[in-house]
Design a protein around this ligand. Structure first.
Ligand SMILES: Cc1cc2nc3c(=O)[nH]c(=O)nc-3n(C[C@H](O)[C@H](O)[C@H](O)COP(=O)(O)OP(=O)(O)OC[C@H]3O[C@@H](n4cnc5c(N)ncnc54)[C@H](O)[C@@H]3O)c2cc1C
Length: 413
């Protein structure tokens, strides 16, 4: 269905990542025929970020496959993509943005999808072999560094650290993973799943040290050559990747006076932060209508879906964004999927074969399923999503019993 046409309006999108790119193309798909301008601080046109710690890092896919669209598609869809344009200020009253390069850009409607910046450790040396991973160029740098070096130190065992660790092992590198928490990923996924991840990495030869930090950095000739850890050991390293999470890029929303709450921009259920201003992706703190809680998540599919939701709102009027958050992570031959939003200390109901790494975990709070995590268990994850959407309380014994056909528990209609 082609939506109402809004002619002559100028939409400016700040951010050429998952959310911004999806918004631009979805606007055209929905028949929007005003100007669409995308300003991106990145040097490259939008690309598929999840590949950067997986297939692209391992050299399994070509550069061309990483880009979300061919260069010509932007011209074809009349999307004015302006790379290396960082927005550094703006005025809501005047409808203008200021660029670091010196110019100004006018907008009628504004979309902010500025993503995040990897955190660094304050005491880590500013050295060419101490890296972070967010952009395509970062991934190329890690790839090159791994070609030259054989021993990788990962600081942080979150998803990015764990995926790079798995990729590096697949490339035959030695991997030392240092994590300050006693169990990796426990806050998000719970202790049991976190322990399982640690054991998977150990079984693949990763030296996982939990409850451990870097105490001292040893440099020689401008590069880090070793570290002393809080457990007292000294380790030699060739490459260091700091993967301790991101800080959402809130400078632009802050300068525009948009509502900031905690680490996100508060938006309404249709991702609107103010009249004519929308925020999507990693920066959006969204009151999720199905989960009935405000969430800010850092997931690729969510960012893309936000972009499309924003385009719908601009082209045909505000509508709540209701799809459940979803993410995946591939490490070695273990494929994780997660739908919904829960905390690691929510009650966990397990179903399936944990030892055989084919199982799902339902996270339950207040009698309702808040999230479902599945390892190599795609079908259960999909049905689990429908159970979350039903908002019904479900008998935990039935959930845990592998002989229960879960689709029988999903209310009809
Ligand atoms: C290596 C890696 C692997 C990942 N793997 C997965 C995965 O397997 N599954 C999953 O669900 N999620 C994954 N993620 C997370 C996912 O990529 C992010 O949640 C998603 O990219 C967020 O999209 P976004 O549009 O909010 O931000 P981004 O994609 O980060 O885009 C932000 C854009 O804004 C630009 N920008 C920032 N500030 C300005 C400014 N002031 N002016 C102009 N432009 C600006 C940036 O240059 C960038 O182009 C991964 C992330 C990384 C880094």
């Amino acid at each position: 269905m082609i939506s109402r046409r809004v002619a002559g309006k100028r939409v400016v999108i700040v951010g050429g990542g998952g959310s911004g790119d999806a918004a631009a193309f979805a606007l055209r798909k929905k028949g929007y025929d005003g100007d669409v301008v995308m300003l991106s601080a990145d040097r490259d046109r939008p690309y598929d970020r999840p590949y950067l710690s997986k297939e692209f890092l391992r050299g399994e896919i070509e550069l061309q496959k990483v880009f979300l669209h061919d260069e010509a598609d932007y011209a074809k869809e009349k999307i004015e993509l302006r790379l290396q344009e960082r927005v550094v200020g703006g005025s809501m009253r005047d409808g203008t943005l200021s660029l670091q390069s010196g110019g100004q850009v006018k907008f009628d409607t504004l979309v902010l999808s500025t993503g995040g910046t990897p955190r660094r450790l304050p005491d880590a040396p500013d050295s060419y072999n101490v890296l972070t991973l967010r952009s395509l160029r970062d991934s190329q740098a890690v790839r090159e560094a791994l070609k030259r070096g054989s021993r990788l130190l990962l600081v942080g065992a979150g998803f990015i650290g764990a995926e790079v660790g798995a990729s590096a092992r697949q490339l035959g590198k030695e991997v030392l993973m240092v994590e300050s928490a006693p169990v990796p990923l426990a806050r998000a996924l719970g202790t049991d799943v976190g322990e399982l991840y640690a054991s998977i990495h150990r079984s693949k030869g990763v030296d996982v040290r939990t409850g451990t930090t870097v105490k001292e950095w040893h440099s020689y000739g401008g590069r880090v050559v070793g570290v002393t850890l809080s457990d007292g050991t000294r380790e030699e390293v060739d490459v260091v990747l700091i993967a301790i999470g991101i800080d959402p890029n809130l400078d632009v929303p802050r300068m525009l006076g948009l509502p900031i709450e905690g680490t996100g921009v508060r938006v309404d259920s249709g991702l609107r932060a103010a009249e004519g201003v929308y925020c999507g992706g990693d920066i959006a703190l969204h009151p999720h209508p199905v989960l009935e809680q405000s969430i800010r998540v850092e997931h690729w599919e969510v960012a893309k879906h936000h972009g499309r939701g924003i385009a719908t709102a601009i082209a045909s009027g505000d509508a709540p964004v209701t799809r459940l958050p979803y993410f995946w992570s591939d490490q070695y031959d273990v494929s994780l999927e997660y739908r919904g939003h829960a905390s690691g200390d929510d009650r966990a109901v397990w179903r399936g074969d944990k030892a055989g790494l084919r199982f799902s975990v339902f996270y339950i709070r207040g009698g309702r399923i808040r999230a479902v995590l599945s390892m190599n268990d795609k079908k259960v994850n999909e049905v689990g999503g429908r159970l979350i959407e039903s908002r019904r309380s479900v008998d935990e014994t039935l959930l845990a019993d592998s002989s229960t056909d879960l689709s029988d528990l999903v209310p009809a209609g």
